[in-house]
Write a protein that binds this ligand. Sequence first.
Ligand code: FES
Ligand SMILES: [Fe+2]
Length: 357
Amino acid sequence: MLINTNIRQASTLPGSFYRDKAIFDEVKEKIFAASWLYVADVSVVKNPGDVYPFALLPGVLDEPLVLVRDRDGMLRCLSNVCTHRGKVIVEEASSVGTMLRCGYHGRCFRLDGSFKSMPEFGQSEDFPTAADNLHQVPMREWMGMIFVSLKPAFDFEEAIQPIRERVGFLPTDTLLFEPEGTQDYFVNANWALYCDNFLEGFHIPFVHPALNEALDFKQYDYELFRYCNLQIGIADEGQPHFDLPPGQPDFGKKIYAWYFWLFPNLMLNFYPWGLSLNIIEPLSHERTKVRFRTYRFENQPFNRSENQLEKTELEDEAVVESVQRGIQSRFYQQGRFSPTMEKGVHHFHGLVAEFFG
Ligand code: FES
Ligand SMILES: [Fe+2]
């Protein structure tokens, strides 16, 4: 799979990338296992001894992991699979004392994942070794959120640095989770089609009439970084916008929203009222779960109906599902990019090709 780096000459990913189950199986390992994935908010493991088990990308990577906060307050992500015969150790979120105990034959681990004890192993030779410890998985915290990667192919801090620089002036440490604006959507389409659609504002006048009213489409802009990119929505007359401090890169512009995308599947949409996080989780090569999570700044009211997020989402789902049907066609191979409006899609396709090797 090759994507020409010159957008004026490049063609899009082939239709088979979205259609083919065998390619999707490669995507799991080459893209999802190699990237940083959002797991949960730090609040799920607030206190010392808190444990939170989860499967990373259920049904796709399906890796059993557990977040553990030790007695000193240190947070880790460990393999949740017992090193004896492989039972899942922590079955539900709870608070533990000073260790994790496997419920099958009683093997115990300290909260840093190291082997502690095991009944009936007194006669075993060469035991325990490092292989008896729980594997520790790379984990990062950012804006109250937890990200993990099974075998990271890139540095998390480097990837998010452009986002930090842009929104660093916002009180992101005061973001409050808002259940009102939080919902899962299920889309009958390949996950990458959902991302392609997000990555261009080209379709806004055609697909989102209400959003188009709020934005000054002529000033819609794109910026590309190494592992993330940004779309800048400029507010039309009379529409809400950020109050920017001098020195902020967009100072002087009326920013309606910054739409960030972090490779491969996370969208961070910053509005004057807060953050709308969209996590695009493949369920199979043709079905995708889209998780919308809303966070608002302290003292900023969130009004679900005013924000049109749901209306826009349903409009997006309809076109993405239509593309999913369209690319099954015998006559569709691949397309070309608009050099002005599809820079973000081209960036994404280039990264996909790079990770595919
Ligand atoms: S599988 Fe965990 S103690 Fe045997
Ligand atoms: Fe859209």
